[in-house]
Design a protein around this ligand. Structure first.
Ligand code: AMP
Length: 419
């Protein structure tokens, strides 16, 4: 594997990348005036036909980075037995989003993209597949489903993209991904995008990519620097009041309120809708058609307050999200990064506030270790967020936990004495 040194983006927009005029015109229509760092580094390698690993977070322009080289190489041809490009993504929302970006940058109406994912009507997908397309973007499970029914053929595939590979492996898609890759022609170009490169992702690259070039534009710290992050200690019973206070005090353009469970998200939403207009709730139990409508409403700015769970929160790319409220602390530190990455998208600042109950100090510390950064505490003036527990008499058996990770010793010390 070779690693490309990342240069500063050259000035002069996309012209320096030698893209064809129809693509430059599409970029112009999309109002993309210059490539982002991942596009600047990734596109030339992909255009040269190499397998490429792009280490970049969402919000960096990675979708266009893998779409543009395909469009550059696409030429109108006789109807194929199936798509020429296949893009695997972890979630339905991301499938829709990638398909939208593909439509936005499409240089030729004859080059069609179809999004296929679970939860969508099979009949509709079958009709779309029968019409033919050049790009299929979808979740691994549903793509496999079509392969086993014989309604999708990968015979003509020459361009394979694994988007958000770390996330796909996290949610258990590895066997499905491998099954799909094994059914793709060996003469193909494989591109992999991932925010992080844990061992399972590396193994995938070793097994299914040929001498890939590795481009890394992921920042040192996993979180996006432009986001102002704080946490507030709050009793479980006071969380909703705190949320209302924060909403009233802040200049919210659009926000996501993250909850750990579908049920909790629903509860918070039912309370919230009594206080604010333009709110909605998104979780995995809602029918896909409703989820699509809500996403559209959110993207169009009609919905201002979106209460969501992680599964749908991930991949949401809406420019105007000014605030992310982590109503429930995420049990997996990685989800924290994905949640707050919904704000502070290209060129915008964002605010991320994490609600921490007094007994969740350890989880907070785990997040800080993961992002390698201490999150400052915030207090709301005039708002009693929690009642400190009465001091417990020290007994010979009350042991202070050893500091396994001394990096954020202050907080570990502060909380590890808690019963
Ligand atoms: P992504 O990381 O692919 O989810 O992209 C994040 C957002 O940036 C999307 O809304 C894209 O439409 C937008 N975007 C991608 N590339 C550019 C660019 N070169 N200039 C401006 N916006 C871009």
């Amino acid at each position: 594997m070779t690693t490309a040194m990342l240069e500063q983006p050259r000035l002069g927009g996309f012209h320096g990348l030698q893209l064809k005029p129809e693509l430059l015109a599409a970029l112009d229509r999309a109002k993309y005036s210059r490539p982002t760092p991942i596009q600047q580094a990734f596109i030339p390698e992909a255009l040269a036909g190499r397998d490429v690993i792009g280490q970049a977070q969402t919000g960096t322009g990675k979708t266009a980075a893998f779409l543009l080289p395909f469009y550059q190489s696409w030429t109108p041809s006789e109807p194929q037995v199936g798509p020429e490009a296949i893009i695997l993504v972890p979630t339905r929302e991301l499938a829709v989003q990638v398909a939208e970006e593909a439509a936005k940058l499409n240089p030729n109406a004859a080059c069609r993209t179809i999004a296929i994912y679970g939860g969508q009507r099979m009949r509709q997908q079958l009709a779309q597949l029968r019409r033919g397309c050049s790009i299929v973007v979808g979740t691994p499970g549903r793509i496999l489903d079509h392969l086993s029914r014989g309604t999708l053929s990968l015979e003509a595939v020459r361009y394979v993209v694994l988007d958000e590979a770390d996330r796909m492996l996290d949610i258990g898609f590895r066997p499905d991904i491998e099954r799909i890759l094994r059914r793709c022609p060996t003469r193909r170009q494989t591109l992999l995008l991932s925010a992080t490169m844990p061992a399972p992702v590396l193994r995938l690259t070793q097994r299914y990519m040929v001498d890939p070039v590795h481009i890394n534009v992921a920042p040192e710290t996993v979180t996006v620097d432009k986001i102002r992050q704080t946490y507030i200690t709050v009793d479980e019973s006071r969380k909703f009041d705190l949320l209302l206070r924060l909403i009233q005090r802040s200049d919210v353009r659009q926000c996501i309120i993250f909850c750990e469970r579908k049920r909790w998200a629903e509860d918070v939403y039912q309370m919230l809708r009594l206080h604010v207009k333009r709110s909605a709730c998104m979780h995995g139990d809602l029918p896909q058609s409703l989820r699509n409508r809500i996403m559209l409403g959110f993207r169009q700015g009609k919905i201002k307050y979106l209460v969501a769970t992680d599964v749908v929160g991930r991949g949401i790319d809406v420019r105007d999200i000014s605030h992310v409220f982590n109503y429930d602390i995420p049990s997996d530190p990685e989800n924290y990064v994905h949640r707050i990455g919904r704000t502070g998208r290209i060129g915008a600042d964002g605010v991320a506030i994490l609600f921490v109950t007094p007994d969740q100090g350890e989880q907070l510390t785990n997040i800080e270790i993961f992002i390698n950064k201490q999150i400052p505490e915030e207090k709301l003036e005039g708002f009693v967020a929690y009642t400190p527990p009465p001091p417990k008499p020290q007994t010979a058996t009350s042991v202070v936990k050893p500091l396994s990770q001394p990096i954020f010793g202050r907080r570990i010390k502060k909380y590890s004495n808690r019963p």
